[in-house]
Design a binder for this molecule. Sequence first.
Ligand SMILES: Nc1ncnc2c1ncn2[C@@H]1O[C@H](COP(=O)(O)OP(=O)(O)OP(=O)(O)O)[C@@H](O)[C@H]1O
Length: 622
Amino acid sequence: MSESVQKRRRIQRSSPPPVYILDGENDTYEPYIPVAQRREAKLAKLSALSVSSDLRAKAKKELEELLEKEDVQREEERRREKARKERTLLVEAQEVHSRKAAEDASKTEVEKADEVDAEILAAIASRRKLASDLELAKGIQYSESLKSSWRPPKHIRERTEEQHGRLREKYHIIVDGENIPPPIEHFEDMKIPVAMLQFLKSKKITSPTPIQLQGIPTAFSGRDMIGIAFTGSGKTLAFCLPLIMLALEEEARLPFIRGEGPVGVVLCPSRELATQTYENVLSWTAAISKDGKYPSLNTLLCIGGISMGDQSHVLNKGLHIVVATPGRLIDMLEKKKFGFGNCKYLCMDEADRMIDLGFEDDVRNIMSFFKRQRQTLLFSATMPRKIQDFAQQSLVKPVLVNVGRAGAANLDVLQVVEYVKQEAKMVYLLECLQKTAPPVIVFSENKNEVDDIQEYLLLKGVQAVAIHGSKSQEERQYAIKSFKSGAKDVMVASGVASKGLDFNDIQHVIIFSMPKEIEDYVHQIGRTGRSGKTGIATTFVNMSTPEQTLLDLKYLLMEAGQKVPPFLQTIEDPRAVQGGSLKGCPVCGGLGHAISNCPKLEDAQRRQMASHRATHGDGGGY
Ligand SMILES: Nc1ncnc2c1ncn2[C@@H]1O[C@H](COP(=O)(O)OP(=O)(O)OP(=O)(O)O)[C@@H](O)[C@H]1O
């Protein structure tokens, strides 16, 4: 053996035994020596002693017994230690569990309900931001609002913040956001074309409504905004006029040629609403360009159920404004009939519906066609808090303009709620129609019921038309046209089909079947009492109306200072009985229930499940 190997062995032998440190607690660990090894060591010691072989055999036996006993003891100890550790964990878990159970038991029902509500709200809040997929993927975030060349006139710029505040107070306008543009009380001060001012005057529109007075300067300044105001308060002008001005400016800078544009798009949740907005834009742009001082603008109506070929004359020129429903718009964009390369303005009417679960993905899809930052505006009469919060994260330095509580009823509508048995409704409807002169709208939640009511009214000699989602586009257009022109006295409609529609001077709205969601009720009664006029809404309720809906209705009537009928007065709010808070539902804005009982959430979940089934080939569809 070489010297170096011997040296290495000497070093190895003389190395100290390994020291094990367990969890930093036990630095005196005694390594375990197996029984056989210990027995051999002891026997070696024994045989070194000079004793008789009998004695040695006896001692050996005793030793073995002793060692085995020791070993059993060690094993026992190890098992006990292991069990102790395991028990500790188990006991700890049990203790945590029973502590939580005890805590839960000490919580009141109200506290527990609040916790559930907070959890639901947190789950909703984690929705994906409303931005294009590209922006989300690249993490693009705009930090500044778009620049605009518009400035308020000098005398308004010179006013103090306090003066602006007083004006807002006067018109019950609540605002939120950074550097909010000033409210402007006169159209003349908004620097809009004289021809437009004259046109508005001819329509008896002489001074801006509160949402216009704050909303138009905000949008003119290039700011993203959320505009909330009562039904019939003139929101359409508030979001269309800024787009028209932007288009005029762009056209004046460099006239649009075929394939260019649009400058902006207005998205609506229904074809009827889109058509109405389109017609408004057409009349406003025509009025502006009439005297030849301003260029004429091209507007495209992009909705399902119509032939786009009929509008080829618009597509053959530069395009300024598109008014659309999401489905057809996506279709046109995908087919590259036009693009959003230069599109700077995106407005959503009835925005709470648009960015709610039904259309949310469509909206994101539409956003992905924008090639640069856009000005985004969301308008609605109802805007539950969760939608406001969600929208706010998706906008750039948004300004919130709120006239009255979001979801509150228009105070110009006299609301009458009547208890009518199911079987008595038709007959009572005839009686109700005598209350006022026409035009009257009758709402029902159910398409078959809409048809039944129309048939019944026709039988009784009432000139009635009907509109609902299963009617063809021609039938829908005919119904709206003949009702608008006054040829028909009554329109029977399903809630969705007629949302946001602006009919002239509706005298009376009759809600034949109360919608489950109080927001729908607010929109339905809002077909009357528009542009400062008063109207009546009569609503039939009975045993089949869910108690929670009745409670939402009761609170809404109380809020609007309307008469609460005795049968509604007797309905107790379970939250009040338990001493809980009575804040409105952040999802639908209903005042009579908490988020955990929200009918809108149930509907949304149902829709999600239906669309899930549809995408997974499970039949159904939404
Ligand atoms: N400043 C104004 N003064 C008087 N009337 C106005 C004014 N602005 C708009 N109007 C009229 O008020 C009516 C309702 O306007 P619009 O349809 O824009 O209401 P809206 O707020 O969008 O309602 P909804 O929430 O039901 O859709 C229209 O007929 C419109 O011409």
